[in-house]
Design a protein around this ligand. Structure first.
Ligand SMILES: [Zn+2]
Length: 347
């Protein structure tokens, strides 16, 4: 038992942690995609209102989901998906999270992304609104130092925000490098501030979870049973839509489109639908000339090309005359009347 504990490290690799972080980042685009396609396919005003408040709706759902996961599985939804959990790390010893640790984790995983997102959108708005002013300001900056405070703050925010983000990103990267080289057990500065580390779930953890699940199932009220059913449904939906979204993203990615085009050959072009086979010529019909430029009726190069209902092309006058007499396509003998003949215009 001790041997197996020594062999299987409880510290997850950086790949497991970045996969888990990737899953949580992928949930929001998937949710937005789901909501948008829902509002496009149903003309319902309720769904439309939901798209207006999509950030708030998403944050509420994530708060509910993460609260449930933290209280039941000692980790976030994405942690649990990759078999991970969060623990306190005190004096080089691992301890279960206290309620305040779970609360701060809930804030960091559910609410902080909401506020960061709002800040990014606000910055984009300000930069767009003040684009011309910012440019002017660059030119007159040295001459005119007396600016109003609010203008100054706006400018400082518009210019400083990208630098602050870059700085923060490199700080995060630095932490991840330290983690990768086993210099720290904290995957991110935020976890370091919390004093929380991420570990692998053990066999004991899984046993405890299933015992707790059974117990709660026996003692729970109708309402809590329904809410846990709803959360399980939410979980499945989120995973399915995150995977589906990744698949769509890949399918429509420029690399994959060019790959498919080169597979389909030059003729297929952008069209992903395979070309249907031509209808079979009838034994009692006229022969199709080997040269595709020639009209099967007069065997000369087609003049004013036109198609019968079968899709075969002839000179307009040839097919017009033939169909008015025989009421069928001369090649396939598929029934056709004069009204079904279409001229082909090649612009
Ligand atoms: Zn002809």
């Amino acid at each position: 038992m001790f041997l197996s504990n020594m062999l299987v490290s409880e510290t997850p690799t950086i790949f497991e942690l970045s996969m888990s972080a990737g899953l949580s980042h992928g949930l929001k685009p998937a949710f937005e995609y789901l909501l948008n396609s829902l509002s496009e396919n149903t003309a319902s005003t309720t769904v439309f209102n939901a798209t207006v408040w999509k950030d708030e709706l998403y944050t509420t759902l994530i708060l509910l989901l993460e609260r449930y996961y933290l209280s039941t599985y000692e980790g976030t939804f994405a942690d649990n998906f990759y078999g991970l959990k969060r623990e306190r790390f005190v004096n080089n010893q691992q301890q279960p999270m206290r309620p305040q640790d779970k609360a701060s984790t809930l804030f960091l995983v559910a609410l902080l992304p909401y506020f960061t997102d709002k800040l990014v959108k606000f910055h984009a708005k300000i930069t767009q609104e003040n684009a011309s002013f910012l440019q002017q300001h660059d030119e007159i900056e040295n001459r005119n130092s007396a600016l109003r405070l609010d203008t100054f703050l706006t400018l400082a925010f518009a210019k400083g925000f990208p630098y602050a983000r870059a700085l923060l990103d490199s700080y995060l990267l630095g932490f991840q490098l330290l983690f990768m080289f086993n210099k720290t057990r904290y995957y991110s500065p935020l976890l370091w501030m919390q004093g929380i580390i991420i570990s692998r779930l053990t066999a004991d953890d899984y046993r405890n979870f299933s015992t707790a699940e059974e117990l709660s199932h026996k003692t729970s009220t109708f309402l809590s049973r329904m809410s846990s059913k709803f959360l399980r449904f939410l979980r499945t939906m989120l995973i399915a839509s995150a995977l589906g979204f990744k698949l769509l993203e890949w399918y429509y990615s420029p690399e994959n489109i060019s790959q498919r085009e080169s597979n389909n050959g030059a003729n297929a072009g952008h069209n992903a639908v395979p070309t249907p086979l031509p209808p079979r010529p009838s034994p009692r019909g006229v022969d199709v000339p080997p040269n595709p430029m020639l009209c099967p009726l007069c065997h000369e190069v087609r003049k004013n090309p036109a198609v019968a209902s079968s899709g075969f092309a002839f000179c307009f006058s040839c097919i017009q005359q033939y169909v008015s007499e025989h009421n069928e396509c001369p090649v396939t003998c598929i029934p056709c009347n004069v009204k079904q003949i279409r001229r082909i215009y090649q612009a």
